[in-house]
Design a protein around this ligand. Sequence first.
Ligand code: C2E
Ligand code: MG
Ligand code: MG
Ligand code: MG
Length: 287
Amino acid sequence: EAKESGKNRYHLFDTVQDDAVKEQRENLEAIRSALDNHQFILYYQPKVNMRTGAVTGVEALIRWQHPKRGLLNPIEFLPVIENNPMIREMGEWVIDTALTQISQWQETGLNLSICTSVNIAAVQLQQPDFTERLATLLAAHPDVDPRYLELEVLETSALDDVGHVSAVMNACMARGVNFALDDFGTGYSSLTHLRRLPAGLIKIDQSFVRDMLVDADDLAIVEGVIALAKSFKREVIAEGVETIEHGIALLQLGCELAQGYGIARPMPASDVPAWIREWKPDISWPT
Ligand code: C2E
Ligand code: MG
Ligand code: MG
Ligand code: MG
C-alpha cells in the first residue's frame, strides 16, 4: 500500500512538472508574439543632480503593453526569457529603440547633454561578439554621439567572469559608450567589482537607500559606497529616492545624483521633454 501511494505521488509530481513545462512554453510563445507584434515599449525615468538641479539623464525601462493585462513591469516577463536567446533579441531592440529616441529628442532640440541609459542582461554582455553587435547598432544611428548612451550592468551579473566582462566594457568604452554598475552593494564581491570593472557610474541599490533613515546598517552601506566611489574616482547615484528627507541625507553624505519616485516616476518618451522643461528642484533641498 505504501508503495502504491508512493507511486501516486510520483505520478502527481510528474503532472505538476508537465504543467510547469507547458506554462513556460506558453509564456515563451506569448513573448515571441509580443516581440513580433511590437508590444514592448520603453518608459524613461529622469536622473537629476540634487545640488545644481540639472537633469543629467534618463534610464530606459522596458514595459509590455499587453493587449489583455495592460502595462506589465519587467518582473512579469524578464524572468521567463532569462535563459532564452530572446533576451538578447529583446536587449538589442532596447538599445536600438533608445538610440532612435535619443536622435528624435535631439531633432526636437531637447538639451543634448543628457545621457540615456539602458539595462543590459548578463547573458548579453557575455556574448563573445557583444562589442561588434553594439558597434553595428551605433553605426545604424550615425547622428547619435555614443557618449549619450550608457549601459547599466547589474553588479551581480559580472560575477561569473570579471575578466571577460571588464574586457568587453573596455572595448565598448573605446567606442565612446559609458557604463554604470546597477544595484551596487547587493553582490558578494562589490569591492572586487569596483576595482576591476571600469564603469564610470555606481548606482547605490534602492534597498539600502529606502531604509537608510531608519536602519543604521543601511546608512553605513550608503555612506561606504559613496566614499568608495569617491576614492575610486567614479560618479555615484542613489536609486529609489522617494522623499525629500532621503535627498537631504544623501546630499549631506556627498551624493548629488539621484533617481526615484520622489523626483519622477518612469514615463512614456513623449512626456520627457515637457517634464524636463517644467522640472524645478524643490527649494527646500539645501544647495
Ligand atoms: P533597475 O535597473 O534597478 O531599475 C530601477 C527600478 O526601480 C525600476 O523598476 C524603476 O521603475 C524602479 N524605481 C525607480 N524609482 C523608484 C522608487 O523611488 N521607489 C521604488 N520602489 N522603485 C523605484 P522596473 O522598471 O520595474 O524595472 C525593474 C528591473 O528590471 C530594473 O531594475 C532592471 O534590472 C530590469 N529592467 C528594466 N528594463 C530592462 C531592460 O530593458 N532590459 C533588461 N535586461 N532589464 C531591464
Ligand atoms: Mg538600471
Ligand atoms: Mg537598480
Ligand atoms: Mg534593480
